[in-house]
Design a protein around this ligand. Structure first.
Ligand code: SF4
Ligand code: SF4
Length: 485
């Protein structure tokens, strides 16, 4: 069983010293490998997350001729986001806003229920750091071996191991950066272009940028990102309360700590102060000090301590997942129940439900037609020989369908309005028929002539009504018709 070693003591002293100063050198963390159900679950989540990230760009999705066949593609060139059967245009940006709101509220809800599991299991920083640490352990050995290597003068064995580790880290970082690019450019195409030197300079730049950031953040910065760079730990405490389930040391059971082997008649608590929970922690903290900003709720200290409990013949789960309220009750010999539904979680659930309903309704009612109308800046209006006024507009019609479509445009709000389209020689007429190619935006210069009778301060409202003659879909754009003050 591991006792706190001389090297650990030195690390602890360094940390204590660092705590007294505003600036301090980094105290390196050498997490020890652990085995157990929490670690196995964490591996499973890691494999699923990385599998989705690396393989999703290669999933094909048939959309028809001349359409991208990548299931998930944020095409900056086409200004489109393809997500399986859904296709989002820049005009649909509010869906992204809705998704971000839903993601944020879900994160608040999960944090208030089960603490920082996002940080401990699915945050990209955690996932890639875990992967990089696994590579490090494979090549340089476990905690004690690594600490020894770093403390001693470098030997040939140490140098080649470190060089191999960094080479593999860079390889993974490059794969990660490359996979990121594949979400923006067709994966098979960009792969061929990349290796034949025909990809755009943006592709090379962003691949190497994401390679560098992955290598630095997961290989070098590691827990420093969670502790010092990420804003989330700073305000996640606002979502936690005494009913949130977090990784907790059962002090009432573990104290008083009694270091070392137990003897018949010893009266101490279950904690033998072996330090296994501290050495297993990827952020290098002692969970026995209570909930801390650095704790990412990964639960690896649980596995480490369970192993110790098993070997000392004591009940497992001295460190466990529990609420502070339950722990306080157990310390007094009482039982409590888990309160999942409480004001805080009910507010988050309600907000999430509202967001889901609004988003679903918006998606179901989503129009395949878009219209925007821009009034000419100058002249604002022209008086015609018959006494009517004429205004000019730039009309943009978005045809989100795959085929060419005929759109009918008319106006409401101005007496006896007649429309004309200068470029195509259409009109004047009470309504215009405008053709727009499939999957594109048609731009038209339109004039509207009429006799406005409700001018206030030189303007009155006018509605542009657009109808797809094939599907019957309609949309309205409210604009202004200008006249003399
Ligand atoms: S204290 Fe435990 S749960 Fe928290 S980060 Fe360290 S190992 Fe993970
Ligand atoms: S809590 Fe468990 S792992 Fe941590 S020092 Fe005590 S006995 Fe060891």
């Amino acid at each position: 069983m591991s006792r706190i070693s001389k090297a650990d003591r030195q690390l602890q002293l360094q940390r204590e010293e660092a705590g007294d100063h505003l600036y301090a050198n980094r105290v390196r963390v050498y997490p020890k490998s652990v085995h157990g159900p929490v670690r196995r679950f964490k591996w499973a989540v890691l494999i699923v997350c990385l599998g989705i990230y690396y393989l999703l760009p290669w999933l094909r999705w048939h959309r028809g001729i001349n359409q991208p066949d990548q299931a998930v593609l944020l095409s900056l060139w086409h200004e489109r986001f393809y997500f399986f059967n859904l296709e989002f245009w820049p005009q649909d940006i509010y869906y992204l806003t809705g998704l971000l709101i839903m993601g944020a509220v879900t994160l608040f809800l999960v944090t208030s229920l089960i603490g920082r599991v996002w940080c401990g299991y699915t945050c990209p920083q955690t996932v890639w750091t875990d992967l990089f640490m696994w590579i490090e352990r494979l090549i340089e050995g476990d905690r004690n071996e690594r600490m020894k290597r770093d403390a001693e003068k470098p030997t040939f064995d140490t140098v080649w191991r470190k060089a191999s580790k960094h080479a593999i880290w860079l390889g993974i970082a490059f794969w990660t950066g490359g996979a990121w690019i594949m979400y923006y450019v067709d994966a098979p195409t960009v792969t061929v272009e990349f290796w034949t030197g025909t990809a755009s300079k943006e592709v090379y730049f962003f691949t190497f940028l994401f390679t560098a950031t992955t290598y630095l953040l997961a290989g070098w910065a590691r827990e420093q990102v969670c502790t010092f760079m990420c804003p989330w730990p700073r305000f996640q405490s606002a979502m936690l309360d005494e009913q949130s389930v977090t990784v907790t040391y059962q002090g009432w059971r573990g104290e008083p700590r009694l270091r070392g082997r137990r003897h018949e008649g010893d009266s101490g608590g279950d904690c033998i102060d072996c330090g296994a929970c501290v050495t297993a922690c990827p952020t290098g903290i002692d969970i026995r000090d209570g909930i801390q900003l650095e704790c990412i709720n990964c639960g690896l200290c649980i596995d480490a301590c369970n192993h110790v409990m098993e070997r000392t013949g004591r009940p497992a789960w001295l460190i466990t997942w529990d609420t502070l309220a339950d722990q306080a009750a157990k310390a007094e010999g009482r039982q409590t129940t888990l309160h999942l539904l409480r004001p805080r979680t009910l507010i988050y659930i309600s907000a999430l439900l509202v967001a889901v309903v609004v988003m679903t309704a918006a998606l179901l009612m989503r129009s395949s037609v878009g219209l925007s109308v821009l009034h000419d800046r100058a002249p604002l209006f022209v008086r015609l020989p018959d006494g009517n006024l004429r205004n000019g507009y730039t009309v943009k019609i978005v045809n989100k369908g795959p085929n060419i479509a005929l759109f009918e445009l008319r106006t409401d709000g101005v007496n006896a309005a007649s429309l004309a389209e200068a470029d195509e020689g259409l009109g004047p007429a009470s309504r215009l028929g405008l053709l727009v190619k499939g999957d594109s935006v048609g731009t038209f210069r339109i004039t509207v002539a009429g006799a406005p009778d409700r001018l206030v301060d030189g303007s009155q409202g006018i509605d542009f009504n657009l109808r797809n003659t094939d599907t019957g879909e309609q949309t309205v754009y409210h604009s202004l018709f200008m006249g003399p003050r």
